[in-house]
Design a protein around this ligand. Structure first.
Ligand code: GLY
Length: 423
């Protein structure tokens, strides 16, 4: 098969890496890709927003399957355009991707179908949102309705912070902020439970937790993700059953009932509250950097799973997972998520220990050298029999890799380790 992967970050490198292990795949293209991806795939300089050029490329190269990494092209309708051209493509179509593309759509769906989530109200007038915040006078979450590349959510512990968030979010996110949401602040551990969905059946993956803040101890501004690990230590058979029965299955059923069958990766960001798991947000694709710890644990062939999704045969498929733990440490450019510099040569990428896999996020080639090219530069995934060993492997890789102004968190998986100590 010839496969095209759309995207250029750590998640897409992981997808390319996993697909390259399938005996059914003999050629991979990635648009636009990055320096690391280019060792496994032919990178083609087409932007993820250029849907027509992506389709034309897939037609010209007779691509057998296209896999989409990021949310923006899904929400913009890449799947619809590819399907209209008779191309096989993996991901939810435009109508189904609204689950991520519109937070108010997602919340209203959950309210309508009784899927557990926090209370919420939507506002088209910032002043009305502010009046509600004053009246609420409790911690709350302020969100923009549309896609905002991780910059559309503020968790406010005090009303003043929420009022400021209304101004900031409105100023920084034009169209996406035409509708604002004010949501109940949910207390509890946050976990990522992703699932394959074929429009009808749903098959959960192993769980992960990510680290969104830039500094140790979950301090500092939010980022695209500074690390992740799997398993989380929070999994129990009861919780897994409850999440499947009360959240994943009802979501897929609700989407089918609404005439928007969801085929692809259903990402449920959950808070494990005292009253049970509640949905914080949905995404319509693999999490990043969760993908970097989930796919290394997937033993089955990803192509077989994708085909089962496309053929509506997911219910009968065997999907097997490794018992090994995985941890990913993101190495970023100093200054990220604020201002940072790029173009610094990266050394130490060769001869890493076997239990270490490097996924490139923001790298490019410069005069034959691999150099930094983004805020998040590399994701170093370590594998091991236990989470401790996986984290140690990841940091053994980090220790060898150098570039000017590198920054990474030194406490990946601290929540899981603290829970173990308390037990
Ligand atoms: N790690 C969170 C996300 O991918 O949205």
């Amino acid at each position: 098969m010839k496969v095209l992967v759309v995207g250029s970050g750590g998640r897409e490198h992981t997808l390319v890496w996993k697909l390259s292990q399938s005996p059914r795949v003999n050629k991979i293209y990635c648009a636009p890709g990055n320096a690391g991806i280019s060792s496994l795939a032919e990178c083609v300089p087409i932007k993820v927003s250029d849907l027509e050029s992506l389709r034309d490329f897939a037609l010209a190269q007779k691509v057998d399957l296209t896999v989409v990494g990021p949310e923006a092209p899904l929400v913009a309708g890449l799947i619809d355009i590819f399907e209209e051209a008779g191309l096989k493509v993996f991901g939810p179509n435009k109508a189904a991707a609204q689950l991520e593309g519109s937070k108010s759509f997602a919340k209203e769906l959950m309210a309508k179908y009784g899927i557990p989530t926090g209370h919420f109200k939507t506002f088209t007038e910032p002043e009305a949102a502010k009046a509600y915040i004053r009246q609420l006078n409790t911690p709350c979450v302020v969100k923009v309705d549309g896609l905002a590349a991780g910059k559309g959510v503020v968790v406010a512990m005090k009303p003043e912070e929420a009022l400021q968030a209304v101004d900031d979010l409105t100023a920084n996110n034009q169209e996406a902020a035409a509708t604002l949401l004010v949501e109940e602040f949910l207390q509890g551990e946050e976990v990522t439970v992703m699932a394959f969905a074929d429009g009808n059946a749903v098959r959960p993956m192993v769980w992960a937790q990510d680290h969104k803040r830039v500094y140790d101890g979950d301090e500092g501004p939010n980022t695209g993700g500074m690390g992740a690990y799997s398993p989380t230590g929070l999994e129990t058979p009861e919780l897994e059953r409850q999440i499947y029965r009360e959240i994943l299955v009802p979501t897929v059923k609700a989407m089918a009932q609404e005439g928007r069958p969801f085929r692809g990766i259903l990402y449920a960001g959950l808070i494990l509250t005292r009253e049970g798991p509640k949905v914080l947000e949905y995404n319509a694709r693999f999490g990043d950097p969760e993908c970097q710890v989930i796919l290394p644990r997937l033993k089955s062939d990803l192509v077989d799973i994708i085909e089962a999704v496309l053929d509506g045969k997911l219910a009968n498929l065997d999907i097997s997972w490794s018992e090994e733990a995985a941890a990913c440490v993101v190495m970023a450019s100093g200054g990220y998520p604020g201002k940072y510099e790029v173009g610094y040569p990266i050394s130490g990428l060769e001869n890493l220990p076997q239990a270490v896999v490097v996924f490139h996020a923001g790298t490019t080639h410069d005069h034959g050298q691999i150099v930094t090219g983004g805020g998040r530069v590399l994701g170093i995934t370590g594998l091991g029999a236990t989470l401790e060993k996986a984290v140690a492997s990841a940091y053994s890789g980090v220790d060898r890799i150098r570039f000017t102004n590198r920054h990474c968190r030194m406490d990946i998986a601290w929540r899981a380790f603290r829970r173990q100590q308390i037990k």
